[in-house]
Design a protein. Structure first.
Ligand code: SF4
Length: 244
């Protein structure tokens, strides 16, 4: 084995060990691998990965997650430590959608695990919802925007297909959109949270309720009351009420 091959093999084994032990990549210098050119098709066009052409490629959450973990479709891939794909049960009553991972989420590769996540868990528990029992939690973008800035429109656009596939796979009874970015992206609207909350919106047959992001509530306690009203509205809908 030539020295370059040996160095690549060692790097790949280290990465594999990170993934097996931690579920994400340890902070290391960026690996550099020699990439073989993709094969040419008869028509002269380059082919994508085999599964892209396979009509029987099974759509599972795991497959979508594997794509996300390798994704470099936007600039947010450059600085991420771990993409936070999403977590929860596979048959959720509610899909909770936030904006994007923060510092702690980027470290752990899990959504809503920092202070805002703790508040979110409390908010959900107040209406008998729980990511371990009847909810799934995801974000519009799966990789952390630097300095916790808002994800740019092209970053949201690049990442949205993953969320669309999560929604299709999970088939939630309702979606709870947390904050402006999630609400505007899901509803293709320019309006703010204050204008969008208070009633369900139809998104291709799935009712969407908008409320304030837990980070906003941590900054401004006066948002607690309207957020509580929203959660009660969601609970009433799940208990058999209609989505007005
Ligand atoms: S944010 Fe989404 S589109 Fe951008 S690199 Fe991460 S997974 Fe890919």
């Amino acid at each position: 084995m030539d020295p370059t091959d040996r160095a690549e093999l060692n790097t790949r084994l280290e990465l594999l060990s990170d993934w097996l032990s931690l579920g994400c990549r340890r902070q290391r210098p960026e690996p550099v691998f020699r990439v073989p050119p993709p094969p040419e098709t008869g028509s002269g066009k380059r082919r994508g990965p085999e599964w892209l052409d396979d009509p029987f490629y099974p759509e599972t959450l795991e497959n979508i997650q594997n794509e996300v973990l390798r994704c470099a479709k936007c600039r947010l891939a450059l600085n991420r430590r771990c993409a936070a794909f999403g977590e929860g049960v596979l048959t959720p009553e509610v899909l909770v959608v936030g904006e994007g991972p923060g510092e702690e989420e980027d470290k752990q590769g899990r959504p809503f695990v920092g202070p805002a996540g703790k508040l979110l868990d409390k908010m959900l528990a107040a209406v008998d919802l729980d990511r371990g029992r009847n909810c799934y939690i995801a974000n519009v973008v799966k990789c952390r925007p630097p300095m916790n800035r808002d994800p740019a429109p092209d970053e949201r656009e690049a990442c949205l297909p993953y969320l669309e596939r999560q929604i299709r796979f999970l088939r939630p009874k309702a979606i709870l959109a947390l904050g402006r970015t999630a609400a505007q992206t899901l509803l293709k609207s320019e309006r703010g949270v204050a204008a969008l909350r208070g009633a369900f919106h139809d998104r291709r047959g799935v009712p969407v309720l908008v409320t304030y992001h837990p980070s906003a509530i941590l900054r401004d306690e006066t948002l607690k009351r309207p957020a509580w009203e929203d959660l009660k509205r969601l609970r009433a809908f799940l208990d058999g009420g209609t989505a007005p």
